[in-house]
Design a protein around this ligand. Structure first.
Ligand SMILES: NC(=O)c1ccc[n+]([C@@H]2O[C@H](COP(=O)([O-])OP(=O)(O)OC[C@H]3O[C@@H](n4cnc5c(N)ncnc54)[C@H](OP(=O)(O)O)[C@@H]3O)[C@@H](O)[C@H]2O)c1
Length: 296
């Protein structure tokens, strides 16, 4: 059980708000900050306290939990806005950022007297609400030991993968699979339908084969209906993560050329107004018309 301490949650977007709800429902004392404070309302209704700034949130807390959109925002909030209040505090950095960005952040937090763990997650709002996220940890083991009661509120089995950077690399490796599998299935589904083949017999063949991945069925109904509303994980974040994967692969000396076309396709999602929708809206891009309508 986590001892009596206060947690500060910086970022109450889709994932952050679900993590905040989980912590409140497990009896934690929580102070929250978000750039647009109205997004904190559901958490305030469940007992969280609102801070006017990241520094004000940090000043009341033992651990800061960041669930912000990307690396530059996370660095700006922690280093420029929390700043000196990092001294003596722990940072649990959950948002998906690049491994190199995470290493730079860890060093800058340490310079200011703080402790840093990266803790990216696989899973989304439902898993966060139930404490069933797959949580990957990068950072010093003693710091993870210290944070373990907190980590166990979010995940049944937090896994230590190495030093800072290692867990972010693993997270990007997993999200590259989300992007690639979603893309591959989407194109095949379109071809099957446009060739006049019924979807269910095709799915039965696929399910019985070694090619099947459960994510295909998870997204099938949305894709058939063209319903990408109420996202847990939006298309813009998938694009960000694929680009981060390509950057990391480049740093590792790999050849990720095969992913360039997929990034280009995902770049069309902004003009097609799909950025804020569920990432399987990629299916609307592979349909061709949206892609053809957008110059590039
Ligand atoms: N959703 C998921 O299922 C999921 C799963 C695993 C990992 N992640 C990762 O977790 C992170 C958050 O994802 P999310 O789905 O919760 O995204 P989201 O709903 O888009 O929330 C993004 C958060 O970042 C804040 N933000 C954006 N730009 C900012 C800026 N310039 N200054 C200050 N704050 C800013 C937003 O504040 P405002 O509300 O004021 O815009 C919001 O708190 C991302 O790195 C994502 O890749 C998400």
């Amino acid at each position: 059980m986590l001892g009596p301490m206060t947690l500060a949650l910086l970022g109450t977007g889709l994932l952050g708000s679900a993590i905040g709800q989980r912590l409140l429902r497990r009896g934690q004392s929580l102070v929250v900050w978000n750039r647009h404070p109205e997004r904190c309302a559901p958490l305030l209704a469940e007992g969280a306290r609102l801070a006017q700034s990241p520094a004000e949130a940090a000043a009341q807390a033992d651990w800061l939990i960041t669930v912000l959109n990307d690396g530059p925002t996370t660095a700006s909030v922690l280093l420029d806005q929390v700043g000196a209040e990092l001294n003596g505090r722990g940072v649990l950095q959950i948002g998906t950022i690049g491994p190199e960005q995470s290493c730079a952040l860890a060093a800058a937090v340490a310079d200011r007297g703080g402790r840093y763990l990266e803790a990216p997650v696989l899973g989304s709002r439902p898993e966060a609400l139930e404490g069933r996220l797959q949580l990957m940890v990068g950072g010093p083991k003693p710091v993870m030991e210290e944070a373990l009661p907190l980590l166990k509120l979010l995940s049944e089995a937090p896994v230590h993968l190495g030093e800072v950077g290692a867990a972010m690399a693993a997270k990007l490796a997993l999200n590259q699979l989300i992007a690639s599998l979603t893309h591959a299935f989407s194109l095949s589904l379109h071809l099957v339908q446009q060739s006049g083949v019924a979807v269910e017999p095709f799915m039965e063949l696929l399910r019985a084969s070694a090619l099947y991945a459960p994510t295909f069925d998870k997204k099938l109904q949305r894709e058939l209906a063209g319903d990408y509303s109420n996202p847990n994980f939006p298309t813009a974040h998938l694009r960000k993560d694929l680009q981060l994967f390509i950057n990391a692969a480049h740093s590792a000396g790999l050849n990720s050329e095969g992913l360039n076309g997929l990034v280009q396709l995902l770049e069309r999602s902004t003009a097609a107004q799909l950025d804020g929708l569920d990432y399987c809206a990629l299916h609307a891009l592979t349909a061709g018309q949206t892609a053809a309508a957008t110059p590039g």
